[in-house]
Design a protein around this ligand. Structure first.
Ligand SMILES: Cc1ncc(COP(=O)(O)O)c(C=O)c1O
Ligand SMILES: N[C@@H](CCOP(=O)(O)O)C(=O)O
Length: 462
């Protein structure tokens, strides 16, 4: 299996190299040259299997000879051993035809753990073989950061720097990133919003002198390995509702477009998905893009679902690449227009493909709060605000086919929003019960590339 860049100009790489490289050297994102299919019998055989067995079957065709089957099984087992639910991603029924996929049973209480725990294992295996030392820099609106820190804290051959927007993540999210005591963890509170953090990260990758000097690696969904690991729970949940003999639909709370893009990959692999619904908060650029056929950047407005306060949605580039029939030159041009002119118009053929593949909706702040309040009364399920955005939008798309909404984080990560909506204070799980007593360690940084690079260079030398 070979990996190519969405902008068509970067070297073609193996799975291992694409994973360790992060952003392609032409500024694009790596995708598999071909998307392997799974036949109906293989999908049907997943019924009743463990999450780990399904993960092996789904991901194996993508990894080439990076790991032997036995090694890969071991890495998967280690990745999910710390989850606090035997099913890893349990499905709960909300209503007659509406189900919630709980993706918050990993160590940092968000769906990011599914991919980050596995990436942590795969990185370690690869670094042990190569003897290399790397510098991970990640951008986060709250959840990727803590998941990355959890996966890489304490490793002697990795430094992990996490850029988060100062004042724009929840207090629990911030403390998850600022309280680890390991010397290889560096929490950086940057002036600006998540888009600024992600732009700075991509600028670091595009500065080849810096990138090569620090051996830069990425664990955002820039990294194909992140998307791949997220494909698995589309299969595990769909099969438990009768796939491949029965179709299912998914609604996905969306920001950087990685999670829903994983759903698109599942569909391309043969999972019978009827609708893939993009659910956005008031930062609704993705919903507007589908409606109007043009992607036009607006400023980010802080919301009660802060992890989705994103306007430059990195993985939309991967969807565009397929919408344009894998034409990297067109994608490169549109991404340049987004950067230079603040937007681009999608061709008629490409927008039709996107509209055939994705539906979309948005939830306002009031609708999000009302959904949290209504759902706890109706089904007893306490939703985090991101999951509530999903449930609200899903309700507008219910039909004959079972709908699965992804619950992307635990309500305890966003206690203020949940308490305001319901009067209930969601308690942190026992392993995080003393989070508010732990000492914080964080560096405030400006939105200035040269200053960030200087800080990172200095820190890894000491
Ligand atoms: C809790 C939560 N829900 C939803 C999302 C959106 O996911 P994606 O960025 O993959 O679209 C994020 C951030 O990525 C998140 O942290
Ligand atoms: N919501 C994310 C934003 C980064 O997304 P990623 O999937 O590209 O890592 C976060 O919580 O940081």
């Amino acid at each position: 299996m070979q990996y190519i860049s969405t902008r068509g100009e970067a070297p073609v790489l193996s799975f291992e190299d694409a994973m360790m490289t992060g952003l392609a050297r032409d500024g694009g994102l790596y995708v598999p040259q071909e998307i392997p299919g799974l036949d109906a019998d293989t999908i049907a055989a997943m019924a009743g299997q463990s999450y780990e067995d399904i993960a092996f079957t789904v991901m194996r065709p993508f990894i080439g000879d990076t790991f032997t089957d036995a090694e890969f099984r071991e890495l998967i087992a280690a990745a999910y051993s710390g989850f606090d639910h035997a099913a890893r991603a349990p499905l709960k029924q909300l209503d007659a035809n509406h189900f919630l996929l709980e993706l918050f049973h990993g160590p940092t209480l968000a769906f990011k753990d599914f991919a980050m725990q596995l990436i942590g294992q795969m990185f370690q295996a690869s670094l042990t073989r190569s003897g290399k030392r790397i510098t991970i820099v990640g951008a986060t609106s709250g959840d990727t950061g803590s998941a990355a820190i959890e996966a890489f804290r304490g490793l002697s051959n990795v430094d992990v720097f996490i850029l988060f927007p100062h004042g724009r993540v929840s207090e629990v999210q911030r403390r998850q990133m600022t309280t680890p005591t390991e010397g290889n963890v560096h929490a950086l509170a940057m002036d600006g919003d998540f888009d600024d953090c992600q732009a700075a990260l991509k600028d670091m990758f595009n500065d080849f002198d810096f990138r090569d000097a620090v051996n830069l690696a990425g664990v955002n969904s820039i990294n194909w390995g992140r998307v791949l690991a997220q494909v698995v729970y589309y299969f595990s949940s769909a099969v438990s509702l009768g796939a491949p003999h029965r179709k299912v639909s998914f609604t996905v709370p969306t920001g950087n477009f990685g999670d829903i893009f994983a759903g698109y990959i599942a569909k391309r692999m043969g999972l019978p998905i009827e609708q893939l619904v993009i659910a956005t908060n008031q930062n609704d650029i993705l919903h507007r893009t589908l409606q109007t056929g043009a992607q036009v950047k607006e400023g980010v407005t802080p919301s009660i679902s802060p992890s989705m306060d994103i306007q430059v949605s990195s993985n939309f580039e991967r969807a565009l690449f397929y919408a344009y029939g894998q034409d990297g030159a067109v994608v490169a041009e549109q991404m340049q227009d987004l950067k230079d002119k603040g937007g681009f118009t999608i061709s008629q053929g490409a927008i039709e493909m996107l509209r055939d593949t994705f539906a979309s909706g948005r939830a306002s702040e009031d609708e999000t709060s009302a959904t949290i309040a209504a759902e706890v009364k109706r089904s007893g399920e306490l939703l985090c605000p991101h999951s509530a955005v999903g449930v609200k939008v899903a309700e507008d798309h219910l039909g004959a086919v079972p709908m699965i909404t992804l619950a992307t984080a635990h309500p305890a990560k966003f206690p203020a929003a949940v308490e305001q909506a319901t009067g209930q204070h969601p308690p942190l799980p026992p392993h995080m019960a003393d989070l508010f007593d732990r000492e914080e360690r964080v560096t405030r940084v400006p939105n200035d590339l040269a200053a960030l690079q200087a800080l990172i260079t200095e820190r890894i030398q000491t």
